[in-house]
Ligand binder design. Structure first.
Ligand code: GLN
Length: 492
């Protein structure tokens, strides 16, 4: 099956003319045609554009002009602006928005020859951990519980559509964004590799903003090597994003082969939380043992402010979101609802355009930024954020990378954890730290729970040292030998 190939295998096959880029794209479009009505992973399928791009890829291959992603079908989270292609952020308020420009990350992928098959579903404005807050309906996780095949599981969020698409073989890789875990958590839930690079590694220009100091674009793929190939194309210094890092982009694919011999790997003791399922604890132990067996030195480390991570995140992220989302006023973008005067038009537009979770975040954000509460909440959260950053800095004096579980549970069912927003926020327990500190982190599929659902391990590294993170991730992948497949996939 062409849809089962990795990106690396497809590159080789295309070069050797075993198949054409058009055939590869058609195979994925067929899968989308069959499975998307059920999975709802794509909000927009760009079949015609994909066919043209594939044709151009075949012409390029014929001329010997082969770039890193020539002819590779990718899915794009519908938070990245794509020129001439509707970009909704899964919100009613942006539902008619067609950007006149291309985000830097997607422009980089197109420069490298990629084929875009469509725009993927997400939690509205990337706020969520289940993809249940999309204005265009939930996404189904292609994986099924062994004991309960009828339960419809969530793919995680917010990048749930991208994760479901790659997992179900509807695209070979995808873009996501990670503000508090939105690449790593869905990667863990869907048995994929997800990479949140260092803050500043991938440009945020043209990505619909959620929380600017926490938003990180990054890739999803089915192997560590494929994720390395994608990140190398996505990353660049971008003068249009003032927080973009002016650093050269290393060969991440080469870093995957380095091994871990002699590396010091930290196990943060504060991540051993009460109530963590025994099988996640056991998988974590197993991951540590794999690295020890491969020649790494394991070191017990402390990140003492870990317990304040979620509270800090859920002040800083809504604060920035409330400011970023002020631009949706019915005048400059998207939908408008009329009103008797300007203020009424604003409130009608925003009440009709935003869903419940987005309204909740805007209210929390404006509250923590308001004159009477700024010092008590926002300012204090900024101070704690500095302490969390210092924890990582100190740990990385002793170790080269950290290993932790990605999530405190496997994928849950649609409807579960929906009544209590705080339950939902607990999903981000292990992932928010890396966003607050801006350090790179991956999730690598490492095993299955007793229900046959994938579980990921998280590798966290020093700022801009994605190479070590890839080396450790590749070792986990080798040792885990994860070959399980989702029940719902193209060609199955
Ligand atoms: N689940 C987190 C939230 O709801 C993270 C989302 C994200 O990373 N975009 O904010």
């Amino acid at each position: 099956m062409l849809t089962d190939l990795t990106i690396a295998q497809a590159q080789t096959g295309l070069r050797a003319k075993q198949f054409t880029a058009e055939e590869l794209t058609e195979a994925h479009l067929r899968g989308i045609g069959t499975l998307n009505p059920r999975l709802n992973a794509f909000l927009t399928v760009t079949a015609e554009q994909a066919r043209e791009q594939a044709k151009a890829a075949d012409a390029a291959i014929a001329k010997g002009d082969i770039r890193p992603l020539t002819g590779i079908p990718l899915a794009i989270k519908d938070l990245f602006c794509t020129k001439g292609v509707r970009t909704t952020a899964a919100s009613m308020i942006l539902s008619p928005f067609v950007p006149p420009y291309e985000s830097t990350v997607t422009a980089n992928l197109l420069r490298d020859g990629a084929v875009f098959v469509g725009k993927t579903n997400l939690d509205e404005f990337a706020m969520g951990s289940s993809n249940m807050s999309s204005a265009f309906g939930p996404v189904e996780n292609p994986w099924k519980r062994r004991q309960d095949q009828n339960a419809v599981l969530v793919p995680g969020g917010s990048s749930g559509g991208s994760a479901a698409a790659v997992s179900a073989r509807l695209a070979m890789g995808a873009t996501g964004t990670d503000t508090g875990g939105s690449i790593r958590q869905p990667a863990s839930f869907c048995g994929l590799v997800g990479v949140k690079p260092s803050y500043g590694r991938c440009s945020r220009w043209g990505v619909v903003a959620f929380a600017s100091s926490l938003d990180h674009p990054g890739p999803f793929a089915r192997t560590v090597q494929d994720s390395a190939i994608l990140l190398r194309s996505m990353a660049s210094h971008d003068p249009k994003d003032s927080t973009s890092a002016d650093r050269s982009v290393p060969d991440y694919e080469a870093a995957c082969k380095r091994g871990v011999k002699g590396l010091r790997i930290g196990v943060p003791r504060e991540y051993r939380v009460d109530g963590m399922p025994a099988e996640i604890e056991a998988l974590w132990e197993q991951g540590v043992q794999w690295l020890r067996d491969a020649g790494a030195e394991i070191v017990d480390v402390s990140l003492p402010h870990t317990k304040y991570g979620l509270a800090t995140y859920y002040i800083v992220a809504p604060a920035e979101a409330s400011s970023n989302l002020a631009r949706y006023d019915g005048v400059r973008f998207g939908q408008r609802q009329d009103g008797g005067d300007l203020t009424e038009m604003y409130s009608n537009t925003r009440a009709a355009g935003f869903g419940a979770e987005v309204r909740r975040r805007i209210m929390i954000g404006t509250y923590v930024l308001s004159a009477g509460y700024y010092d008590a909440y926002y300012l204090r959260a900024q101070k704690v954020r500095a302490l969390i950053l210092r924890d990582f800095h100190e740990a990385f004096q002793k170790v080269d990378a950290l290993i932790t579980p990605t999530t405190p549970s496997a994928a849950f069912a649609q409807g579960e954890k929906m009544d209590d927003p705080v339950q939902m926020y607990l999903n981000d327990l292990f992932t928010v730290g890396a966003n607050l500190a801006g350090v790179p982190a991956t999730s690598v599929p490492a095993g299955l729970d007793s229900n046959g659902l994938p579980l990921g391990l998280q590798i966290i590294g020093k700022p801009f040292d994605e190479e070590t993170v890839f080396a450790v991730s590749a070792e986990i992948e080798r040792a885990a030998g994860f070959t399980a497949l989702p029940q719902i996939r193209a060609g199955a």
